[in-house]
Design a protein around this ligand. Structure first.
Ligand code: ADP
Ligand code: MG
Length: 728
């Protein structure tokens, strides 16, 4: 009998829910662990407060004297809350967050202890970056990096540690993290969108990109998850026969949340609320044991920090409630995987959502301007945007059998589609007064009405307009949203700059009225970006064919998807928008390829262990049991035994056949790995892992899963899907 599996199952049966008490009204304790406005007013001097506010709004620099004052205030607050340490919290290119804790404690020259935290420690920290991925930047530049305070995301208290959000950069200035490029992209979209928004309202001084992510995840009982080496080391099951009952009954989706899970969610939400993460919705997702959490949207930099912090809190709270949380995009074959939808929009400092239709024709022209420019940007840079969501684990969804497809397209709904089609017919050049009136009243003027009943939702679209925002649906559940948000805001910023130039040209050089100029430019954009609009079923084969004729990219795996990153157009885009230099792009390309290689490599190694140390031994053990039985029958029945042992012999044969294939394929996979490992060029190596190593996984798995069905349940060593997937 397989002891580990059955011990784990027995343990999972004894689990009780861990009751959590709500600690008062959430609106009252929201943000109590954040050094937010309220705390700043309490703990900072007026001057320091004003300077931090200016830095938050307009990116103004904070000098050392003020930094000292801010540090003093932060320290006083944090210590009053029981903090003992502080850390610069940053986002290395690994995708998650990193931190190094220092105590507030210091020694005075007389040997007595004191509490110390000054402006110097707040603003900048030396960080030994040598172990973080840097894509060989060290060879070209000095890789020593430092972390620098990002005052636009407030410091927070996590446990007994004061966490200070920071960027991570090399001494030579290159970004070594995901936050620095995001901040640059957000600066770019602010500048470009503000300039365009001023066509409609001179009072707009700032535009914030907003992000509302939705996080999907699986919860598995901790002891059951621990019993599977593949879950432990790769975050997913590499083998496993589907449970007889999966998601086909749809009885989990939006169903009653299991009580153990509900207590976990409460605990999580309380912690999030204290940390200022505005969590809002929780529900069961489609697959058994799959759930989702969504907050109220926020300014993008803060939303990204909050998502990363959330994932960290989730893992800790899951552990406390005896769960293992899986963020992997496809932890189980045969049931839905997880994603992280990124809802995105643009908001002005005057309180207007630029992607929300308004009450007047002019407001709607503003809406159409941002709407059409976004469509145009995604059309121009569809392949680049696709590359921003590629990873070894997300390959299981994009371009595999699961939504959304690897092809970028935009769904806007029938009614808006009709509006754009009408605008396509706007006269070239100056407009007659009649045409203007007609446009304003009957085309642009009707938008809010039609949007009200625009309830059709296309779940198969990777980039869908949902009434007052776009929803980017292909982002991986493990991903840091910073990357897709950096790319999206960069391409829209670039597009808005081009738009402004064209409109200004028509106004200044051709004597067009403002609205005429805008209509004229939009008309051309609508015409030239038509191929990206698709209202049909994104999962269908017909769409794949259609997309090909439209010359849309369809990169189904990471090495392929990443190639566009170093193309001339991409390099030019990032360079001209001052988001990423050529070196920084190349570094990222390399780091991502290496990350891909490592993931496939680890999965290959775990496969090896599963096959040789778990699956083959179990199959042989059962085969021996059968052989013993056959030998016994022969002893008793002599020549007649064959009739009676027929089925047993058949199973013995089938087991041998499966073992044979599994062993051959596993050995061949190991050989391919060795060949790949000897490759020096990282692109070549990534493609080798993708095209030569990875295809073996499915073949090996197929036969392992067949064995799972043949072998005595008592002998099978790996916890089964039906045991993993249904929380009691
Ligand atoms: P679903 O997509 O699951 O049907 P919703 O349409 O309610 O759900 O989308 C909810 C998500 O959209 C939330 O995370 C919310 O914060 C986000 N959201 C709503 N408005 C905006 C906005 N203007 N900018 C960014 N995100 C937004
Ligand atoms: Mg959604």
């Amino acid at each position: 009998m397989s002891k580990q599996r059955f011990d784990a199952i027995a343990k999972s049966y004894t689990r009780e829910k861990l009751p959590i008490e709500e600690s008062g009204r959430r609106s009252e304790y929201f943000g109590t662990n954040v050094f937010n406005e309220e705390r700043m007013l309490q703990f900072l001097t007026k001057e320091a407060y004003d300077r931090v506010k200016a830095a938050m709004v307009s990116g103004a620099k904070i000098d050392r004297k003020v930094a000292d004052q801010v540090a003093e205030g932060m320290k006083a607050w944090a210590i009053s809350m029981g903090a003992t340490h502080y850390t610069h919290w940053f986002q290395p290119l690994t995708g998650s967050t990193a931190e190094k804790h220092d105590a507030f404690f210091d020694l005075r020259s007389d040997g007595r202890g004191m509490e110390k935290f000054g402006g110097g420690q707040l603003v900048q920290q030396e960080s030994d970056a040598s172990s973080f991925p840097n894509g060989g930047i060290r060879d070209t530049f000095e890789a020593r990096g430092y972390t620098a305070w990002d005052p636009t995301s407030p410091a927070f208290l996590y446990g007994t540690t004061l966490c200070i959000p920071t960027v991570f950069v090399a001494y030579t200035g290159e970004a070594l993290d995901n936050k620095a490029p995001l901040l640059r992209a957000l600066g770019a979209i602010d500048e470009a969108a503000t300039a365009v928004a001023k066509y409609f309202d001179k009072n707009v001084a700032k535009v914030n990109a907003t992000l509302g992510w939705e996080q999907e995840y699986f919860l598995i009982d901790k002891s059951l998850a621990d019993s599977r080496p593949d879950i432990n080391l790769t975050g997913r099951t590499l083998v496993g026969q589907s449970a007889a009952k999966g998601q086909q009954l749809d009885d989990h989706y939006f169903g009653v949340i299991p009580s153990r899970v509900l207590e976990f969610m409460k605990d999580l939400e309380i912690e999030c609320t204290k940390l200022g993460i505005p969590v809002k919705t929780r529900h069961n997702e489609v697959a058994p044991n799959q759930f989702e959490l969504a907050p109220i949207f926020e300014e993008t930099n803060l939303a990204v920090d909050h998502n990363l912090l959330l994932m960290d809190i989730m893992a800790k709270k899951a552990d406390k409630h005896n769960f293992t949380i899986l963020f992997h995009e496809k932890p189980f074959a045969g049931v839905n995987g997880s994603g992280k939808h990124n809802n995105w929009s643009l908001a002005t400092d005057t309180g207007v959502n630029l992607l929300s239709p308004g009450s007047t024709p002019m407001k709607n022209l503003q809406f159409l301007t941002f709407f059409v420019n976004t469509i145009k940007a995604v059309d121009t840079y569809e392949e680049l945007l696709r590359s921003s969501i590629s990873s070894a684990s997300n390959d299981h969804r994009l371009g595999a059998s699961e939504a959304p497809p690897a092809i970028m397209s935009i769904f806007i709904g029938q009614q808006l589609d009709a509006v754009l089609n009408e605008l396509e017919g706007v006269t070239k050049g100056k407009l007659s007064p009649e045409e203007k009136t007609e446009l304003k009243l009957n085309v642009v003027g009707k938008i809010p009405e039609i949007l009200l009943d625009n309830t059709d939702r296309n779940r198969t679209s990777p980039f869908a307009f949902t009434g007052n925002k776009f929803e980017m649906r292909g982002v991986g559940s493990t991903a840091n949203c910073a990357k897709p948000m950096t790319y999206l805001n960069t391409i829209v910023a670039k597009q808005l700059l081009d738009f402004k130039k064209e409109v200004d040209h028509l106004i200044d050089k051709k004597g067009f009225k403002k609205d005429e100029a805008i209509f004229n430019v939009l008309r051309e954009y609508i015409k030239t970006s038509k191929r990206i609009r698709f209202e049909g079923d994104g999962y269908s084969e017909a769409w794949e064919k259609e997309a090909k004729t439209r010359k849309l990219s369809n990169n189904k795996n990471t090495p392929q998807a990443l190639q566009v990153l170093t193309s001339k157009d991409s390099l030019e885009l990032f360079e001209s928008m001052k988001v990423l230099s050529e070196v920084e792009v190349k570094v990222r390309h390399e780091v991502e390829l290496e990350d891909y290689i490592m993931h496939i490599q680890i999965e290959g190694r775990v496969f090896n262990e599963l096959v040789y140390s778990y699956i083959i031994p179990a199959a042989v053990e059962y085969q021996n049991k059968l052989i013993q039985n056959i030998v016994g029958l022969k002893e008793i029945y002599g020549a007649d035994y064959k009739k009676m042992a027929d089925s047993q012999l058949d199973i013995v044969n089938r087991i041998s056949e499966h073992i044979g294939v599994i062993k051959t394929k596993t050995d061949a996979m190991v050989e391919e790995r060795k060949t790949a490992n000897n490759m020096v060029d990282v692109t070549e190596k990534a493609f080798a892992y993708c095209d030569k190593v990875r295809p073996y996984f499915d073949e090996i798995r197929y036969h392992c899963d067949k064995l799972e069905r043949l072998v005595d349940d008592e002998i099978w060593p790996l916890t089964k899907y039906r045991e993993l997937l249904f929380i009691k």
